[in-house]
Ligand binder design. Structure first.
Ligand code: ADP
Length: 336
């Protein structure tokens, strides 16, 4: 478990001082994947770096795995840090070391014997899906593979907590999905608590169970991801959620729009009330309405459906169908 208790962090003194974190209270229960989201400069990096004391808070308490880190001696802190792995946006691999040597580094620093290191490196290489690349150098790897090496290195000492500092921000969307899937698998298989920071709601949506939103160094909202998506309370939360949704009308539909067309084009927005689109299919059958789909941008968070569908409805009862849809926002886009 991670507990940041009343954490503040000030950089500098006097009129130029920056209050990067203001009275942050954050509890990350063991075994969760917890996301902290915020715009650039919000204080995310400072916050996550306070968890392993890469940054020392100006005030407050940092409690990880039951230990108050600020009360430990240097030696005790080094011990405690072995329980806290960390990965970074730019991977931070040593370029003159191979994959295997990068992963072995934390174990060599702990003077683990050679045979055990070799064994552990093989396990970790396998865990992150890099079998056969042990002797490659970082320059010979893709971004996703480099992050896999960094994950393996972070896990070498069997930490209970993994901190991810914008770990997918330098990766393309497909690679981001794969790395997030790997982090999800590690959380499930090894029971490791993951705290990640990101500026993308998409990342939170894919793997986090909980999310906290920070803005100007303050924690403005936090809760289960499904609840925040269904009922965002603050403007900041609404903005992050809106950024994950695509409001454009697809070109294929735009080209077909014509006054007096036989079908009614609509955007149906799902915001977590419905579980899926089954209701639409049932009503279409009941009212004998034809449905032609143009775009589907739906996500499922905590068993509820979010996002939108763009479709065209034909049949006399199209308006009745729309009235009968429960918990779905309807926007008419024109006729086709
Ligand atoms: P984020 O990760 O959300 O982009 P940061 O935690 O990096 O935000 O920064 C929060 C604020 O603290 C910013 O105003 C930034 O300029 C300031 N800051 C961060 N690190 C330092 C530092 N070492 N010295 C001075 N100011 C800093």
């Amino acid at each position: 478990m991670i507990h940041l208790h009343n954490i503040s962090k000030r950089f500098g003194e006097g009129p130029n001082a920056v209050n990067a974190l203001k009275n942050i209270e954050l509890v990350v229960p063991a075994g969760r994947i917890f996301g902290v989201i915020g715009a650039s400069g919000a204080g995310k990096s400072t916050l996550i770096r306070c968890v392993n004391l890469l940054e020392t808070p100006s005030s407050g308490e940092v409690i990880v795995n039951g230990q108050n880190l600020l009360s430990l001696s240097r030696r005790e802190l080094n011990q405690a840090r072995q329980q806290i792995g960390m990965i970074f946006q730019h991977f931070n691999l040593l370029s003159n070391r191979t994959v295997a040597e990068n992963i072995a580094l934390p174990l060599q620093l702990r003077q683990v014997d050679k045979a055990s290191i070799q064994q552990r490196v093989l396990e970790l290489v396998n865990l992150v899906g890099l079998d056969g690349r042990e002797q490659a150098y970082p320059a010979q790897l893709s971004g996703g593979q480099k992050q896999r090496v960094a994950i393996a290195r972070a896990l070498a000492t069997n930490p209970k907590v993994l901190l991810c500092d914008e770990a997918t921000s330098a990766l393309d969307p497909a690679t981001t999905k794969q790395i997030l899937a790997l982090l999800g698998e590690i959380n499930q298989r090894l029971g490791i608590t993951i705290l990640l920071i990101t500026h993308e709601m998409q990342v939170v949506k894919q793997i986090c169970s909980d999310v906290a939103i920070i803005d100007g160094g303050e924690l403005v909202e936090s809760g289960r991801v499904g609840d925040i998506f269904a009922q965002p309370k603050t403007e900041q939360a609404k903005r992050f959620i809106a950024a994950t949704q695509n409001d454009d009308i697809p070109q294929a539909l735009q080209a077909e729009l014509k006054p007096g067309g036989a079908a009614l084009a609509v955007r149906l927005t799902f915001s977590g009330v419905a579980k899926d689109t089954e209701q639409l299919h049932q009503l279409a059958q009941h009212y004998q309405v034809g449905v032609r789909f143009y775009q589907s941008d739906l996500d499922y968070v905590d068993g509820a459906c979010f996002g939108h569908l763009i479709c065209a409805l034909t049949g006399e009862n199209a308006a009745q169908l729309l009235l009968a849809l429960d918990g779905v926002k309807v926007e008419e886009l024109g006729r086709v």
